[in-house]
Design a protein around this ligand. Structure first.
Ligand code: AMP
Length: 406
């Protein structure tokens, strides 16, 4: 990687260069350095890149550059979650600050249809959409997608995990074959290879690192705990954390329950999961970003896309379903070169699943991992101490007073 390549050397159009400078970006990240020249040539690309790598700008910079020079061109960006789509929208807004002719629309579920129809009638140069809602519009004929020249599939693996394959396929069938397609994915499982084979033409693969593995600055630790002590232990870990914390749980109900528990002990906590309205989710994310809440309890829906810096700890209250999800979860911390901690609570019944993840991640295996299947309650050390009154303990914790957001 060259040491000194700067955006200023990239001969980008003036409004874009100005916006990039205003955003404070001087040097491209590794993925940007590789992808921007290739994408600028009009080549289809498959990029293995995670959130945090600068992937959004890696496609938006060449895309906006192209749209500025080709007034008739239009782009569609598909993202798995509303949060990611909204976030991409805010990055577009920054990049087009000095290019107001590049109008864009965010087409996501949970927002009123009629407003989106109006937005689509204005023929936005860029549409950022979640697949389900976009297909609704396509079927209604709310908008004409015949002019699309660019398709970007962001977090393609996540779109598949969330069951959006039929919608993605339908979108692809309804847009012009003549187009440039860019696929970004943190992992590259079989389904994504198959999709890439169908949807992209002679794609160039761009890989910056072994993205199956998270950045080195994240320290990962497994904490053996009895299932009944998870709440207690989580509270301890939150109190010991130096910054904001995301706690991942398996289900919406567990998210609600844990958030209530933490609230009882005075933790400034918000929660995010699929049953919360778009307004509630935005409020949670904004409040978490601004420091109003120090802790966010979330299901995996929040694991991707969220660009929140200064998260010191990710706590896996429940194990993720897959190693890929684990990588995405813990990728929320240790961003932009900062250090982070990923702490995974493992109850005896989870030891077997944890062993699978730990093996893939190259982490130390639980002591009696090989026996864990047959002896789930074997020699795993459990966190046994219980407090008589956690509420007092919380109140008397001087660290809680020192932190402005608590
Ligand atoms: P992303 O992977 O697209 O979610 O980007 C992760 C973070 O990196 C975001 O906060 C971006 O604003 C930031 N970022 C992206 N590109 C650059 C760059 N070239 N220089 C500095 N920060 C960047």
């Amino acid at each position: 990687m060259s040491v000194s390549l700067q955006f200023a050397d990239m001969s980008l159009s003036a409004p874009l260069a100005k916006a990039i400078a205003k955003m404070g970006f001087t040097n491209p990240t590794a993925i940007q350095e590789k992808a921007i020249p290739i994408i600028s040539k009009g080549t289809d690309t498959i990029s293995l890149a995670e959130t945090g790598s600068g992937k959004t700008a890696a496609y938006l910079i060449p895309l906006i550059s192209h749209l500025l020079e080709n007034k008739e061109k239009h782009a569609l960006i598909l993202a798995p979650t509303r949060e990611l789509a909204t976030q991409i929208g805010s990055v577009i807004k920054e990049f087009t600050l000095f290019a107001p002719e590049i109008n864009f629309a965010i087409i996501i579920g949970g927002a009123p249809m009629f407003k989106q129809i109006k937005q689509l009638e204005r023929k936005p140069r860029i549409i950022v959409a979640t697949p389900g809602r976009l297909v609704d519009h396509m079927r209604r004929g709310s908008a004409n997608f015949k002019q699309l020249s660019h398709l970007i599939l962001d977090e393609a693996d996540r779109m598949f995990d969330m069951g959006f394959a039929p919608q993605v396929n339908e979108v692809v069938r309804r847009i012009p074959v003549q187009r440039q397609t860019l696929l970004f994915s943190a992992t590259f499982p079989k389904e994504i290879r198959e999709l890439a084979g169908r949807v992209l033409r002679n794609p160039v693969e761009i890989e910056i690192s072994k993205t199956q593995l998270p950045p080195k600055v994240i320290s990962q630790r497994m904490i053996a705990v009895g299932a009944a002590n998870k709440n207690d232990r989580t509270l301890d870990l939150i109190n010991a954390a130096t910054g904001s914390v995301i706690v991942f749980t398996r289900t919406k109900r567990r998210t609600d329950r844990l958030a209530r528990y933490l609230e009882e002990y005075g933790v400034k906590v918000t929660r995010i999961h699929g049953d919360r309205s778009q307004g509630q989710r935005n409020k949670s994310i904004d409040g978490f970003k601004s420091g109003l809440y120090r802790v966010m309890v979330a299901t995996d829906i929040a694991a991707r896309g969220l660009d929140i810096s200064d998260i010191s700890d990710v706590i896996n209250y429940d194990l993720p379903m897959t190693t890929e999800d684990y990588v995405h979860r813990i990728g929320r911390t240790g961003r932009a070169g900062q250090n982070g901690q990923a702490l995974t609570l493992v109850a005896p019944e989870e030891v077997h699943d944890w062993t699978q993840i730990a093996r893939k991640m190259g982490l130390p295996l639980p002591e009696n991992a090989s026996k864990s299947k047959s002896r789930p309650n074997g020699h795993i050390h459990q966190h046994a101490h219980r407090r008589t009154d956690r509420r007092d303990n919380q109140r008397n914790n001087p660290r809680n007073d020192q932190r402005k957001w608590r």
